[in-house]
Design a protein around this ligand. Structure first.
Ligand code: AMP
Length: 184
């Protein structure tokens, strides 16, 4: 059974690739960004608390995201395997995840790190044209990634769980590199 974590900066193609791989293996694609955007759209209690942080390109506070993941991993479809896309985003969340997985008797196979150079990311993100993607917010999201999320590369490397994939190639080539990794 596949349980994977997708790391990588905003604009690396995590969402697209995670969804493709999850569909192929019929496992749950769990994107905290998608769940949070839907909560904002529906103006739920979580959405109302999260929206200001998201608009500024900051991380939503850990307790909110941690509660969300705890609930989501308890859903029946997550029993068949999952890909976490956009979680964990910092060391506190990664430590929480390790403890939660012990608690529920699960483990992940490995962590995929999609590598894309900064200048390519900015071009991609500006081209995507999502509502929250103004240049200022994009730059802040990249900064937040570097400060808070990139340290997870060493974190998972130290656990010998890291698999890096070149994300700076065509969507199809990345999909095929990931496919080989997961069946290997
Ligand atoms: P994403 O679609 O993964 O780029 O996420 C969009 C936004 O949702 C981020 O810029 C954060 O504001 C928020 N977000 C998503 N995942 C997390 C997380 N694990 N921790 C904190 N904030 C998150």
């Amino acid at each position: 059974m596949a349980r994977l974590i997708f790391l990588g900066p905003p604009g690396a193609g995590k969402g697209t690739q995670a969804k493709t791989l999850a569909d192929k293996h019929q496992i749950a694609h769990i994107s905290t960004g998608d769940i949070l955007r839907e909560s904002v759209a529906r103006q739920t209690e979580l959405g109302l608390k999260a929206q200001d942080y998201m608009q500024r390109g900051e991380l939503v506070p850990d307790p909110l995201v941690i509660a969300l993941i705890r609930e989501r991993l308890a859903e029946p479809d997550a029993k068949q395997g999952w890909i976490l896309d956009g979680f964990p985003r910092n060391v506190v969340q990664a430590d929480f995840l390790d403890h939660l997985l012990i608690e529920i008797g699960q483990t992940y196979n490995f962590v995929v790190n999609l590598e894309v150079p900064d200048e390519v990311l900015v071009v991609r993100l500006l081209g995507r044209g999502r509502k929250d993607d103004t240049e200022e917010v994009i730059r802040r999201r990249l900064e937040v990634y570097r400060e808070q999320t990139a340290p997870l590369i060493d974190y998972y490397q130290a656990k010998q769980k890291l698999a890096s994939v070149n994300g700076n190639q065509s969507m199809h080539e990345v999909t095929s590199a990931l496919g080989q990794l997961v069946t290997a």
